[in-house]
Write a protein that binds this ligand. Sequence first.
Ligand code: GDP
Length: 444
Amino acid sequence: MFDSLSDRLGGILDRLKKRGALTEADVGEAMREVRRALIEADVALDVVRSFTDKVRTRAVGAEVVKSVTPGQMVVKIVHDELVAMLGSDAKPIDLEAAPPVPVLMVGLQGSGKTTSTAKIARRLKDRAGRKVLMASLDTRRPAAMEQLATLGKQVSVDTLPIVAGQSAVQIARRAMEAARLGGFDVVMLDTAGRVTLDEALMAEVAEVKAATGPHEVLLVADSLTGQDAVNTAKAFDARVGLTGIVLTRADGDGRGGAALSMRAVTGKPIKLVGTGEKMDALEDFDPRRIAGRILGMGDVVSLVEKAVENIDAEKAMAAAERMRKGNFDLEDLRMQLEQMEKLGGLGGLMGMLPGIGKLKNQMANANLDDKVIRRQKAIIDSMTKKERRNPKLLDASRRKRIAAGSGTKVEDVNKLMKMHRQMADMMKAMGASAGGKRGGPMAG
Ligand code: GDP
């Protein structure tokens, strides 16, 4: 369902991620592209606007400027806002009430209401060990009642015996009574649907709701209908009140707009997603997992989370300040290497400095993998404290001693020293151009 959106967002963020530094214009351009991608995915306009505004505000703020790598931080922000748009936390069906707990299923005809009723009953029985009774309240379509009975047999869930001539409310009352007598935990009430929204349908649903006091009122909506699904939810919620949404046909080629807009527009959580015709084709709707799937960048998100946990911000800022003044010694380099190791890649302190992209590319070219980083740390560890603070002391004989001490070759020591000098020079130059002010390229 999210394939094409996922491709689009992935491309936009990939380009952003590769940059070492971001300007406000870079972020603005990326947000315009994100906006277009969301609109094409049929996300409600208001939702798109508020989403891109929020991301933009955060992305040009201090959070990103001070971050390890700005591009990755923006990916994380997009991810977080996507999660928020989808409803933050997974909201499972709530059955915390005295049994039998009524669950009312509502929706338009053909949305997948009966199928979803049976899927949910099956899941409650199998996963939660609940004793479930299902009842069809569709008095106008005997076929619908039979369909539910057939599905009930298929998933081994009891259905209320069909009695001709009863009204929807009468059937609902009878179901509750049968459930009390039979010791059932949950009663799933499958209301009648209509092809379009009409007042008679709404009135009937409202009446059943008043008669049974359901703990959950779940709207079943077809994701293929896009914004119509969202509008249907709005209408049902206004008239009868909903507690959640079951979004069906997520296995189809819908563009994802219904799933992405539903929470933001209606305020109601999507609780479950139908992913096929089979009885086990039902999944929890977990905003975090879905956002991860859409962005396909779980690695980046967890990397940034890890970085935020690992980096001692105070220490890092102090070191960054020293670097700006041109005091980048081998102790600093060692700390830098350590950060890289922790983060599993390039980054660390350097991300805090402006214009760092070039330097990082250079380091990437130097092939700074874990093994190299460990070797470089060993070299620095073989130096005396004085040498680390003042690299100029390192003449040929000292270098020879250090190579021997660290089990490396003099060339390795030379290489490290050259890298250090280049970094120190570049940092000095950048520090001068940044004028010592904090904030980096996006601060003004
Ligand atoms: P109702 O009129 O709302 O009760 O709709 P039904 O439950 O009878 O479903 C209508 C059709 O949609 C049936 O053929 C179902 O098998 C199919 N259906 C329901 N949910 C899904 C789903 O998540 N994915 C797919 N592909 N088909 C579904």
